[in-house]
Design a protein around this ligand. Structure first.
Ligand SMILES: [Zn+2]
Length: 156
């Protein structure tokens, strides 16, 4: 029986594992660096909001009514939550940048451990880097540039 075109189109392809090229990594590095810049600029604006927009140092708030003080507390609470979220994202991106600089970016440490019992020297390390099965798929990294594990080994 002939396969219908439809069944080919709807069949899900597993995420392709391949050795990342220098170009792939340069492209992902750019995305990560842009994300870092964006987070730093967000943090700066968020801090300005805390200090200027609804700052505690505002005299009106000290003598002001309870409602105004309450909403200010609420704003600061929101700013703190946003800062925590931004800093988690910042940490993830900085760690990804560190892995790029170390030359381990894109490798899933669990796949590496499963595929290579010992890594003793430079030759072994070359084998690790040339084995497509050690890599997080390019598609996954484009969606999550800070991913540390392949889809199979990612914590659910
Ligand atoms: Zn893995």
């Amino acid at each position: 029986m002939k396969k219908s075109a439809n069944s080919v189109l709807t069949k899900k392809k597993p995420l392709e594992k391949r050795v990342l090229s220098a170009n792939d990594i340069a492209e992902l590095k750019k995305i990560i660096e842009d994300e870092i810049k964006e987070i730093l600029s967000f943090n700066e604006n968020n801090l300005k909001e805390i200090y200027n927009g609804n700052g505690l140092a505002n005299e009106n708030n000290i003598s002001g009514n309870a409602f105004a003080f309450g909403s200010e507390t609420e704003n600061i609470h929101t700013s703190v939550m946003l800062a925590e979220h931004a800093n988690r994202a910042l940490r993830g991106n900085l760690n990804a940048l560190k892995r790029i600089n170390e030359g381990t970016y894109g490798l899933c440490p669990i796949c590496v451990a499963n595929n290579h019992e010992t890594i003793k020297d430079k030759n072994d390390w070359e084998k690790v880097k040339n084995n497509p099965n050690n890599y997080i798929s390019y598609q996954r990294l484009m969606a999550f540039p800070t991913a540390k594990y392949c889809i199979k080994h990612a914590k659910k």
